[in-house]
Ligand binder design. Structure first.
Ligand SMILES: Cc1cc2nc3c(=O)[nH]c(=O)nc-3n(C[C@H](O)[C@H](O)[C@H](O)COP(=O)(O)OP(=O)(O)OC[C@H]3O[C@@H](n4cnc5c(N)ncnc54)[C@H](O)[C@@H]3O)c2cc1C
Length: 416
């Protein structure tokens, strides 16, 4: 009997976890990704704010999976799926599957204002992060060069839109860059004059966390001199700044951290999707009526124990990937398949600068330095899960502790 062919699209947290767990299974596995690397997105903001370099948070997919001899890696962009012929379409070829796992993640959403994307870039991949880093560092350079006080103020104003974990982390890290890392590097300007404004349409920062942790995050942001504007949405965004409600704020650097939408998987499949475009899947993460198609991670709408859709988080995607692999191994071996997918929620964390974080483990809520140490330990553990532990641990701690200047490079085309 020929071995089944399992095609996994996307080597993010979900797809990679499925591929890892299928290593050595009696199946041929093909992992397709448009990029050649797996990215640890939770630390992307560190690349955008010149804290870490891209290679510290990304690794080639091929090298991660090199020991899994039944897993093949294909670099290519998927453009569609033919459910009837069981074919995945790439730009230049087609790949047939017996079982398909779609794990293509999410992209940013501008709530009907796609024209804002060029002036307020979002953070999703390495190119976004190095582009934002270029904008931030160039703004300091331009402020140093101009004699016009108004232009200088504009160059030294940084607006982050959206106060979820990414927005809070970005704002805190820009503030630390200005107040600590760059403090002795300029002559005409004082980087500490930089104004960092975090704008949130809702009533509090980190809305998904308990109110007491939102309050603690707000205090930490204030300590870092971040101005937080709550309850007022951005109504206009252009290359000279933003309008918040009726107030105009001139700013040379704007970062979008406000919304995500699912990948194109639901369009490829032509099946039911939710409000943000996620594919609605059954309790075993298959598409209803298609036991051979699984959708996992950020691109899936799967229900949690409380009847609410599971959040777009790395642990959700990882656990779903491992579950699908378990289910497929059982199918291949002719064993009873495991029961429905159950998410184990170990808590959520967000960091605000180098000494503050908030962590919600349900039974325990922690903030301040203790939460920050926990955040660091957990991220190091997960980050180095796929690379040489000691090298990355050392690199990461060194750059984090010393604000190393090596990554404060302006590369690529001019941004201002
Ligand atoms: C800036 C940022 C910070 C975050 N911080 C945290 C955090 O602190 N904690 C946390 O738990 N979660 C965090 N998340 C969310 C977390 O990263 C996601 O929930 C997780 O990555 C989802 O995993 P996934 O496998 O579904 O998708 P992803 O990890 O996004 O992977 C999707 C993969 O699919 C590939 N792909 C997409 N389209 C195609 C195509 N057409 N053809 C081929 N390949 C394709 C992509 O290249 C990518 O490799 C953060 C996300 C971002 C953007």
């Amino acid at each position: 009997m020929s071995r089944p062919h399992i095609v996994i699209v996307g080597a993010g947290f979900g797809g990679l976890s499925a591929a890892h767990s299928l290593a050595g299974a009696a199946a041929d596995v093909t992992v397709i990704d448009r990029r050649n690397y797996h990215l640890f997105q939770p630390l992307l903001y560190q690349v955008a704010t010149a804290g870490l370099s891209p290679a510290q948070i990304a690794q080639p997919i091929r090298s991660i999976l090199r020991k899994a001899s039944n897993v093949r890696v294909v670099m290519g962009r998927v453009t569609g799926v033919d459910r009837q012929r069981r074919i995945v379409k790439l730009e230049d070829r087609e790949i047939a599957y017996d079982t398909l796992v779609l794990a293509t993640g999410a992209r940013h959403a501008y709530f009907g204002h796609d024209e804002w994307e060029s002036v307020a870039p979002a953070l999703k991949n390495i190119d976004d992060a190095t582009g934002i880093r270029r904008r931030i560092l160039s703004a300091f350079e331009q402020a140093e060069q101009t004699d016009d006080p108004e232009a200088r103020r504009r160059f030294l104003t940084f607006v982050v839109i959206g106060a979820g974990p990414t927005g809070v982390e970005m704002a805190g890290a820009i503030a630390e860059l200005a107040h600590v890392a760059l403090r002795y590097d300029f002559r005409a300007i004082n980087p500490r004059d930089a104004r960092i404004v975090l704008v949130e349409g809702g009533p509090r920062v980190l809305a998904a966390f308990p109110p007491q942790l939102s309050e603690s995050a707000l205090r930490s942001l204030k300590r870092l001199h971040v101005e937080v504007r709550l309850g007022k949405p951005v109504s206009e965004c252009d290359e000279r700044g933003v309008t918040i409600d009726d107030e105009r704020l001139e700013a040379a650097t704007i970062v979008w951290a406000a919304g995500v939408a699912s990948s194109s998987a639901s369009k490829w499949l032509g099946v039911e999707k939710d409000r943000v475009g996620r594919v609605v899947v059954g309790p075993d993460l298959t598409v209803p009526g298609h036991p051979e198609i699984f959708v996992i991670g950020d691109t899936a709408h799967a229900l949690g124990p409380n009847g609410q859709p599971l959040p777009g988080l790395a642990p959700v995607a990882k656990q779903q990937g491992a579950y699908v692999a378990r289910l497929l191994r059982a199918r291949i071996a002719g064993r009873t398949a495991p029961g429905p997918f159950r998410y184990r929620d170990y808590g959520a964390m967000a960091t605000i600068g180098r000494r503050a974080a908030v962590a919600d483990f349900g039974w325990l809520k922690v903030d301040g330095t203790l939460a920050w140490l926990l955040w660091g330990m957990i991220h190091i553990t997960f980050l180095i899960g796929f690379r040489n532990r000691f090298v990355v641990l050392f690199d990461w701690l060194w750059s984090y502790a010393t604000f190393q200047s090596g990554v404060r490079l302006i590369t690529g085309p001019d941004s201002h």
